[in-house]
Design a protein around this ligand. Sequence first.
Ligand SMILES: Nc1nc2c(c(=O)[nH]1)N[C@H]1C(S)=C(S)[C@@H](COP(=O)(O)O)O[C@H]1N2
Ligand SMILES: [Mo]
Length: 436
Amino acid sequence: MSTKKERGICELYAEDPERADAVVFGRRPEADRRGFLMGAGLAAMGAAVGATIPFSRNMPAGLIPAALAETVSDFRLEGKDEGLVVHNDRPVNMETPAHLMDDDVTPSSLHFIRNNGTLPEKIDLADWRLKIDGEVESEMELTYDQLVSDFEHVTLKLQLECGGNGRAGFNPPPRGNQWTVGAIGNSEWTGVRLSDILRRAGLKQSAVYTGHFSYDEHLSGDPDRQAISRGGPIDKMMDPHTIVAFRMNGEDIPAAHGYPVRIVAPGWAGSVSQKWLTRIWVRDREHDGAGMTGLSYRMPRFPVAPGAEVADADMAVMGSMNVKSVITFPETNAEVPAGRPFEVRGHAWAGDDWVTDIEISIDYGSTWQRAEVSPPPNRYSWQRWRADVRAPSVGYYEVWARATDQKGRAQPMVVPGWNPRGYMNNACHRIAVIAV
Ligand SMILES: Nc1nc2c(c(=O)[nH]1)N[C@H]1C(S)=C(S)[C@@H](COP(=O)(O)O)O[C@H]1N2
Ligand SMILES: [Mo]
C-alpha cells in the first residue's frame, strides 16, 4: 500500500524535479528538459514571481524558482485568511482550523480549498460555455448569459465536505491530503437547479449518471488527462438542492472555488461538485472519469482490516457523507472559568440527512449532556448547536461532541472503518480546555 502524501513544492523538487517543473511551468512531458517555459506556463510563472522573466530560456530544468522556494507554511493565496492550514501549494489544498469555522455561513476567505490539478487562469465569461450532451433529447450549449437569465435562481447555504475530511485520523495513513477536521464549509451559493437544466435538455430513459468536466488541467500537463471528472446518479443530480452555482456568498465565485461556474451537490463527497465547469455528460452507466474508478472515492463493500489491500471489484462509489460535528468555540486549549458555566458551540451535519441531537461530554464519554440544536436554515445547510458546560474544578478537560442524525445514527468515538484512501472519518471532534 502506498503511503505517499501529496507534497509542497520544495519536497516535490527534491524528489521529482521533472514532475515539479511540469507542475510549476506547465511543461508538456514530451518537451525537452532544457528549461523552456511554455507560453501559458511562462505567463503564470511571471505572474507568480511578480515580473516577466527575461532569461527564461536559460532557466535550468528542475531548478526551484527562488521566488517560489518559500516553505509551504509561507504560502499565501489572495483572498484567503492567513489562519488556514496549507497542506499543499501545488495543487492548492488548504483547510480551516475548527475555531475559524464558527460562522453560520462560511466566508469565502475561510472556506477550505481542494484542488487536484492546476488552478485555471482567469476565464473570460464571453468564452465560457456549458455543454450538456449524452443521454439527452437535445444537446445544449449554454452561454453564461443564458445560464443566468434562462433559469430560476436559488440561493442556499450548503455544506461542502471533502470525502477525505478526517483522513489524518486513519492508521496506517492512506495517501492524500492529511485533512484533520477542516475540509468542510457551509457558504451561501447562488445558481440554478441542475434539474432545471437537465429537464430543458430532456433526459432519455437511458440516463442514469452524470460525468462532469472542467477547465483545470492534470498536473502532468497532459491535455488528454483530466485533473478530476466525477459525477453522480441522476436522482442526486435531479435533487432541487443540487445546483449549478455562479455566486458564492453574494459575489462572483473566487478563482480557487471554481469561477465562473461550478456544481454544488451538497452532502456528498465534495469531488462531485465540479469547479470551473464546462460540460455535463449524461451517461447510460456509472461515469468512469478521473476519480470514479479504482480506489478513488470508493469504499470497501464490507469492513476491512487496517492496511488491507482491497480489490477494485470489492469497492463501491461513495454516496452521502455521514453524520458529523465540529466544536468551533472555544478554541482548543482555551482557558475557561472553573465552577461556572461557559459556552461551547459548533455545527453539525449529516450528508443527505440531518442532525437531531448533539451531546457533550467533559469526562471522556462517561456522562453526556444534551446541547441545543437549531434546525437548518434550509436543507443541506449545517446546523448550529450550543451548550452551557461547567467544569467542576480547576484542571485539564476535554470537550467531546457527538451528533446523531434523524435515523438514529451517531458519530463513533473512535475512527471508523479503515479504508484504502481514508474517506468518511466521522469520529467525534474533541478539544482541550483549561479550567482556571
Ligand atoms: N474542476 C475541479 N473541481 C473540483 C476539484 C478539482 O480539483 N477540480 N476538487 C473537488 C474536491 S475533491 C472537493 S473536496 C471540492 C472542494 O471545493 P472547494 O475547493 O471550493 O472547497 O471541489 C471539487 N471540485
Ligand atoms: Mo475532496
